[in-house]
Design a protein around this ligand. Structure first.
Ligand SMILES: [Zn+2]
Length: 420
């Protein structure tokens, strides 16, 4: 078992006095308090190089810290060792007859998992094992040669939508096994445009939400612009001025908001030199919204493009460029489409909102946002069969962790073998 020192927990009787000592006398930084309701404690972390000190004050008389202080007075309470896999660590200890306080990991601070080893087994020291929370998002910018194409997964940062709306008729007890909602019932989602580089030029498929959102929208959708598309493009070594084609799956703000930007007091095409390739009928729908889709089609995302003369409309399904082909799925919007990337005998598919995340693999797991869910169902059923049989590499635009992978099926259960 490999473990590193994470922190030393110190039980205090008087947090204010303890902070005064560490902060004022020792001159250390003390982080703001965090409540851990399961332990009935308030914790304040003090970074001291690698591992940290953690001041712990009881918030209730039945807190383990209250019991400790009552019995022994304030002092060092526990030592925390961080492990990669806490379940494996507990199994390892159990097999060696080590006495544990918790044989199963329990939730700790910041989404971590923790378990205590009994002090009698650890020579008088209370040892806590801890496994860090898996990161909620994967914002790696990764590239993949694909026949004559070079595909690069970009991102425009995270956002959040209501979990109920994301899973349609599926009840929360089922979907929350696959994704963890926050206190506002929102589930973590990503926006992942795909960069396609070929001999004919550089194309971006969808372009995220962009930076025109109001503070209220940023809050509602949980946007975090520290991970925006500009950063991803920089990571990929590409400037927005070098993008020649912008292809839209549909014109909803989380797919096409990044098409325009505010420059001075004007709305301008965000990719200065690009042609914007838009399906004609989708443009019609987007510019004639109704009560049900008005919140998703924001005029400022696409109307300024037409005024700037940078839009090329195309009539429907077919090849857009060598190796890049679109097909209408309908369902999500009347003209929603997916993009096939075909080169060197391989097929990749950017499935946009037809299968927004890897949690949507089962046929009836369809978003409430879809205008025509039965159309989604029909297309998706056929498509997923085909994707499994022909081993399509699927790009999941909204999955917070998996950018691309193969859909597999075993014993009737579908899963994704992650590639990126
Ligand atoms: Zn979407």
């Amino acid at each position: 078992m490999k473990a590193v020192l994470d922190h030393v927990g110190i039980a205090v009787q008087d947090m204010k006095a303890a902070v005064a000592f560490y902060q004022e006398a020792l001159g250390l930084d003390v982080a703001p308090p965090e409540e851990v309701p399961t332990e009935r404690v308030r914790a304040r972390t003090i970074p001291v190089g690698g591992p940290s000190l953690e001041l712990l004050e009881a918030t209730a008389s039945d807190s383990p810290i209250a019991a400790y202080v009552g019995k022994r007075g304030p002092g060092i309470h526990h030592v925390t060792l961080r492990v990669e896999d806490i379940r494996a660590a507990l199994a390892h200890l159990t097999a060696r007859g080590v006495r544990l306080i918790n044989s199963e990991p329990r939730p700790g601070a910041e989404g971590s998992l923790v378990a205590f080893i009994h002090p009698s087994a650890a020579h008088g020291v209370l040892v806590e094992l801890k496994q860090r929370a898996a990161p909620e998002f994967n914002f790696e910018v990764t590239s993949l040669p694909f026949g004559d194409l070079q595909l690069t997964v970009l991102h425009d940062g995270p956002f959040r939508l209501d979990g109920g709306a994301m899973f349609g008729v599926v009840a929360r007890p089922l979907w929350e096994k696959l994704t963890v909602p926050d206190e506002r019932n929102r589930v973590p989602l990503a926006m992942r445009p795909l960069l396609v580089e070929a001999s004919w030029g550089r194309m971006i498929i969808d372009c995220g939400a962009g930076d025109k959102m109001s503070a209220k929208q940023v809050d509602i959708y949980g946007l975090d612009r520290r991970h925006a598309l500009d950063h991803a493009l920089a990571d990929a070594g590409v400037t927005s001025g070098s993008i020649e084609f912008v292809l839209a799956t549909h014109l909803h703000f989380d797919h096409f908001g990044g098409a325009t930007a505010i420059v001075g007091d004007q709305l301008r095409p965000r990719f200065e030199r690009a042609r914007y390739l838009i399906r004609a009928a989708e443009w019609e729908d987007a510019t004639h919204p109704h009560e049900r889709n008005r919140a998703s089609y924001l005029e400022q995302d696409f109307v300024p493009l037409k005024s700037a003369g940078v839009v090329d409309f195309y009539p429907g399904d077919g090849a857009i460029k060598p190796g890049v082909r679109v097909e209408r799925t309908g369902g999500h919007t009347g003209q929603h489409q997916i993009v096939y990337l075909e080169s060197g005998g391989r097929t990749g598919v950017f499935v946009a909102d037809m299968i927004p995340t890897t949690a949507h693999l089962q046929d009836p797991w369809i978003m409430s946002y879809d205008l025509f869910p039965m159309e989604t169902l029909a297309f998706k059923k056929r498509f997923i069969r085909e994707a499994i049989e022909r081993e399509y590499l699927i790009f999941f635009e909204h999955d917070p962790k998996v950018a691309a992978g193969y859909i597999r099926e075993s014993n009737g259960r579908r899963f994704v073998e992650q590639v990126l």
